[in-house]
Design a binder for this molecule. Structure first.
Ligand code: PLP
Length: 455
């Protein structure tokens, strides 16, 4: 008999990504019914601060009427058109122009898709196409970083450096390589300074490219600050040193700004916060504040020139998605960018980030906290079993997940990622809500510490 409860119907009908599916059959979903600014309400009426902006994406919260109106206007004028074969729509043109104006380094063109995974997949293809146009088709290996996250489609998952996203999927594909995660707290050696750590990682990259043969390496993908890997900020000097190596070997830098684009770290782009001069930028999420699915690649003039040459040779740029520059998604993105600019949303992130740090800083003394790190409104709290040795808890004990669940019970959404907890509220979060995040998170840590018998 089919149960009427939404919970049971969910279990019976819907497959949930990034979920322990056996556990889901037992516990079912939390059903979210409504959004209001930086808060959500579940189907039982309980209200939470959405301290993760959904999946790092609802930068303007969940009740921004201007975005709804922008979508409605476009829906009633032209709900869909495509941009293959010389067709275009005004929202797509305006958005491409605006992104080129906002770009952190000079960029030539914008190519639209619907998701971050598609953007990174496409960036891989463009890197291949670019070197093929130069008569160097063998220059095609792609380097990512351990704990980097770039999506779950076949190429983007291959760039991703999280083994649980590879296992039993026959991933990564051949020719996708990974270097050390730039997390000084976890990967730094005893006595090593942050700068020395960065130098070692740049040397490692140099050695890998030399061992593979620079003529075989096309691109290096990096999130300016790592999200899913645990909100990891780059160590001092890292990107400066890495970029020297990439330049020397003519390896393209792709900045994956899917999380860091549009204000998350306090500037429009993570590339500005952390000093990247990418050849391509992929972005999504806050591009539309997540009200519609949309991603974009910004690409440099030399890459565009290669694409023109290739498409002339072949007769077509043989790539594209049905929903590529979806006019409703582009109209929403145009409105989101206007709000970020006109309402000073992005200009306000730095001060909110300072407040967030002040609120979270006392937790550095908590027995469960090894490191507090972050920029703007992107924060990571490293959970440790031993503050001195930095040893994490055995993964099977799922201590970070317990903290996440305890915070949820307190009315705060945060996210366990490996041995860390991420906190990344909407950019419109209020000072009072930031204070509440700090209180609720501290209570959650105390509860878990209590349960573990360490307080
Ligand atoms: C840095 C980064 N790149 C790419 C992606 C993939 O985006 P999507 O889930 O839209 O495919 C994500 C998603 O979280 C991400 O954080």
């Amino acid at each position: 008999m089919l149960s009427n409860s939404l919970r049971d119907r969910d279990i019976a009908s819907q497959l949930h990504p990034q979920t322990n599916l056996a556990l889901h059959e037992r516990v079912g979903p939390v059903i979210i019914a409504e959004g209001n600014g930086a808060e959500i309400r579940d189907a039982n009426g309980k209200v939470y601060i959405e301290g993760m902006s959904g999946l790092w994406c609802t930068a303007l919260g969940l009740s921004e009427k201007r975005l709804v109106e922008a979508a409605t206007r476009q829906m009633s004028t032209l709900p869909y058109y495509q941009n293959f074969a010389h067709r275009s729509t005004e929202p797509g043109i305006l958005l491409a122009e605006k992104l080129l104006e906002l770009a952190p380094v000079p960029m030539s063109k914008v190519l639209f898709q619907s998701s971050g995974s598609e953007a990174n997949d496409t960036a891989v293809k463009l890197a291949w196409y670019h070197f093929a146009a130069q008569g160097r088709p063998e220059k095609r290996k792609i380097i990512g970083r351990m704990r980097g996250y770039h999506g779950t489609s076949i190429a983007s998952a291959s760039i991703t450096g999280l083994p649980h996203l590879h296992r039993d999927f026959h991933l990564p594909l051949p020719n996708f390589l990974h270097v050390t995660c730039p997390h000084f707290y976890r990967e730094g050696r005893p006595g090593e300074t942050e700068e020395q750590f960065s130098t070692r990682l740049a040397d490692e990259l140099d050695a890998l490219i030399l061992a593979e043969g620079p003529e075989t390496v096309a691109a290096f993908f990096a999130e300016p600050a790592m999200g899913t890997g645990g909100a990891v900020m780059p160590p001092k000097g890292y990107f400066e040193k890495i970029q020297k190596v990439l330049k020397k070997h003519e390896v393209l830098l792709v900045a994956d700004e899917v999380i860091t684009g549009f204000g998350r770290t306090g500037n429009w782009w993570g590339s500005q916060t952390f000093g990247l001069q990418p050849d391509m930028i992929t972005c999504a999420k806050a591009l539309t504040a997540a009200y519609m699915p949309l991603s974009a690649i910004l690409l440099s003039e030399p890459i565009y020139a290669s694409m023109v040459a290739q498409s002339e040779k072949i007769g077509v740029f043989g790539h594209g998605y049905t929903y590529g520059a979806h006019p409703v998604a582009c109209a929403v993105a145009n409105e989101a960018l206007r709000i970020y600019e006109e309402d000073g949303v992005i200009a306000g992130v730095a001060a909110k980030g300072t407040l967030m740090e002040a609120v979270l800083a006392p937790l550095r003394d908590h027995p469960l906290v090894g490191e507090l790190r972050g920029a703007g409104l992107m924060w990571g709290v490293e959970i440790v079993a031993d503050k001195v040795t930095r040893a994490p808890y055995d993964a099977a004990r799922a201590v970070p997940a317990k903290v996440q669940d305890a915070a949820f019970a307190e009315g705060l959404v945060c996210r366990a990622l490996g041995s860390a907890i991420a906190i990344a509220p909407p950019l419109i979060v209020s000072p009072d809500q930031i204070a509440a995040i700090g209180k609720r998170f501290a209570t959650a840590l105390d509860r878990v510490a209590d349960d573990l018998g360490i307080m």
